[in-house]
Design a binder for this molecule. Structure first.
Ligand SMILES: Cc1ncc(CN)c(N)n1
Length: 234
């Protein structure tokens, strides 16, 4: 367990994250230790699969930015609005730069990137998250969004600490960076504060908790399906 780990061995991104992650350990492991992830770490991932994934992820980030913008709509106060705004900004200004730059080096320009046809696994995941926000409240949306932000934080930190092969250093460096790790801590704190405001000090004792755990688990499974899709370039 590292200094930054919580008591379950996961990164210390907050209490709600630790609980939700701990309630779906098999699915979480399938997501964060997926063959695609192992291939990023040891360099064995075929380049075609990586570029295929990255193009889909470029589309994914558009929808995720929309979902975080929906968080602004569903916010209870200025603190939540500011935190959601910062995350939208991190997605569309910082994270997406990786996708644009790596694809440009592979000969895929911005127009071609924008014209990427969305894969069904991408649609299933992003629309699930957006629907969680449309029909649910701020907590429903956060439970569906958390595996995305925090899972990549956990993966990036673990791969970077494990002496990775140089092939995917840019990808690993993006998610292991101080900026991305800071974002994960901010999002974890946002969720804990939102839980406290809405469900009090003993949220696990409230009738809503299981439904939130279930939303987190469903989004985690959709992350697994996204990696599966990444391994199947047409
Ligand atoms: C599918 C997916 N999940 C998570 C992330 C990290 N924001 C991402 N870029 N793509």
């Amino acid at each position: 367990m590292t200094a930054n780990a919580d008591q379950n061995g996961g990164p210390a991104y907050g209490r709600a994250f630790a609980d939700w992650r701990g309630a779906c350990t098999d699915d979480w492991r399938a997501y964060t230790r997926h063959g695609f992830v192992q291939g990023l770490g040891d360099g064995s991932l075929p380049r075609a699969a990586f570029i295929h994934y990255l193009r889909q992820d470029y589309v994914f980030l558009h929808h995720f930015a929309r979902a975080w913008a929906l968080g602004i709509v569903k916010s209870a106060d200025i603190h939540e609005m500011q935190a959601c705004t910062a995350t939208v900004n991190a997605l569309v200004q910082d994270e997406i730069r990786l996708h644009v730059e790596v694809c440009a080096k592979a000969g895929i320009g911005l127009d071609e990137l924008e014209a990427t046809a969305e894969a069904p696994a991408n649609m299933a995941y992003t629309r699930y998250v957006l629907e969680s926000g449309y029909s649910g409240d701020f907590l429903d949306l956060m439970a569906a969004l958390a595996p995305c932000v925090l899972g990549y934080g956990e993966i990036g930190a673990r791969l970077a600490a494990g002496d990775p092969a140089p092939d995917y250093a840019e990808w690993i460096g993006t998610y292991a960076s101080a900026e991305y790790q800071g974002l994960c801590h901010d999002v974890g704190a946002l969720i804990d504060r939102a839980v406290k405001i809405r469900l009090g000090d003993e949220p696990a004792a409230t009738p809503r908790w299981q439904a939130l755990q279930h939303r987190f688990k469903t989004a985690t499974r959709l992350e697994v399906a996204f990696w599966d899709m990444g391994l199947r370039p047409e």
